[in-house]
Design a protein around this ligand. Structure first.
Ligand SMILES: [Zn+2]
Length: 64
């Protein structure tokens, strides 16, 4: 069995991968996988295009 550790983002202490919170400072440890990060980026791209489209519509439909 290989023991996996997670590094705390705040105090940089190695924690057991089963831990949800840092044993040193108590902050939440990163639990998300790289896949979730990609999902997040996709969401941001979608949100960006949504806002861009909204602005474009507003430019044409707002009364001057
Ligand atoms: Zn910590």
């Amino acid at each position: 069995m290989s023991q996996q550790t997670k590094k705390c983002l705040y105090c940089e202490v190695e924690n057991d991968s089963n831990n949800e919170n840092c044993s040193h400072c108590g902050m939440a440890l990163p639990i998300k996988h790289p896949k979730d990060k990609q999902k997040n980026i996709k969401f941001f791209v979608k949100a960006f295009w949504g806002i861009a489209l909204f602005c474009l519509i507003m430019v044409f439909f707002l009364p001057r």
